[in-house]
Design a protein around this ligand. Structure first.
Ligand code: UFG
Length: 327
């Protein structure tokens, strides 16, 4: 297939682009490089552009006969979405709708969308299945849910096919050590723990030790970036016009913040300096996925289901690229 990948130079996008190419698909990456890294994708496939610029976007999408789009070009920080909601509503909703406009103008009928566990809000049942109520508790989750709703309406009215993949906690790096996580600022737990191991940060803070969990710290379901990228290929290849699919993506095992720190200490053989801090607003105590649906329907089979192997690949990336992509 010929695939138009918005946000393909970001963390999850770049890994997916690599797997798309390995699977024999044609790829164009459309990215404004505000958070992505040009060197994480093949240079000849990169078109620098913004979703806000509808004319450039539509022209890029009309330049070739694309079979499908993928949408990774969103902002993704829960905390920032609370203090800067406008950024999230403008980019994750308004600019994202431009992608749907351009798809209609260019007659592209399928899309794989990066959705999130944050659309569920505080779980009323664990593990979370796709039919769990969606009641997001922060602007980030609300903007992602709004786009899911737009996709459903576009699908009913215009017949587009879509798969909304609701990610839990993406982590890890390409097994060969050549692609990895490089956010600025970094807010995610696993890279911050590894920065503390490397001495790039003095320590990592544990946000809250009084949650109703076995050791008092938050529990999350970590999924390897390779397995997450692979799910996009499966969803793309299975999709038919008019499909409305949603899939959770996690491993079904929860690990606490303390367990992440302990596992990272074991993997790296280093001490992880840490301190205990206040809860971070907007954090549910436990988020664990049921990914049975994608296993059953698409045959998804994670290659790195264990936290240790997720951290091992991340550690290799950070050790070999202490300054990330260096851009
Ligand atoms: N945490 C710490 N210290 C840190 C950073 C994080 O204790 O320095 C804790 C958080 O409080 C949380 C856990 O580690 O309990 C994981 O935090 P991350 O920031 O790594 O990830 P989140 O669970 O907040 O966010 C992830 C995705 C979001 C998505 C969300 C779904 O990054 O895009 O899951 O709720 F919205």
């Amino acid at each position: 297939m010929n695939v138009f990948v918005a946000g393909g130079a970001g963390y999850i996008g770049s890994h997916t682009v690599r797997l798309l190419l390995e699977a024999g698909h044609e790829v164009t990456v459309y990215d404004n490089l505000s958070e992505g890294h040009a060197s994480s994708v093949p240079v000849a496939r990169l078109v620098r552009g913004d979703l806000a610029d509808l004319d450039t976007l539509t022209a890029a999408m009309r330049a070739k006969p694309y079979d499908a789009a993928m949408h990774f070009a969103a902002n993704c920080y829960v905390g920032e979405s609370v203090t800067e909601p406008q950024k999230y509503y403008v980019n994750n909703v308004s600019n994202a709708l431009n992608l749907l406009r351009a798809m209609r103008a260019a007659d592209v009928g399928k899309i794989v969308f990066s959705s999130t566990a944050a659309t569920y809000g505080t779980p009323v049942a664990t593990p979370i299945t796709e039919s769990h109520p969606q009641q997001p508790i922060n602007p980030y989750g609300r903007t992602k849910l709004m786009f899911e709703q737009a996709l459903a309406d576009y699908s009913r009215a215009y017949g587009i096919g879509y798969a909304a993949l609701r990610y839990f906690n993406a982590a890890g790096a390409a097994p060969d050590g050549t692609l990895g996580e490089d956010h600025d600022p970094e807010t995610h737990l696993i890279p911050l723990v590894l920065y503390a191991a490397m001495g790039k940060r003095d320590q990592v803070s544990i946000f809250g030790t009084d949650y109703d969990t076995p050791d008092g710290t938050c529990v999350r379901d970590y999924i390897h970036i390779y397995d997450l990228a692979q799910a996009h290929i499966l969803a793309l290849e299975a999709m038919r016009p008019g499909d409305r699919r949603t899939y959770n993506l996690g491993n079904g095992s929860g690990y606490s913040v303390r367990e992440v720190i302990d596992t990272a200490a074991k993997v790296t053989g280093r001490e992880i300096p840490h301190n205990e801090a206040q809860r971070r607003p907007g954090d549910p105590a436990v988020l664990v996925a049921s990914s049975e649906k994608i296993v059953r329907e698409l045959g998804w089979k994670p290659r790195f289901p264990h936290l240790e192997s997720i951290i091992e690949t991340a550690w290799r990336w950070h050790r070999e690229h202490p300054d990330g992509y260096g851009d």
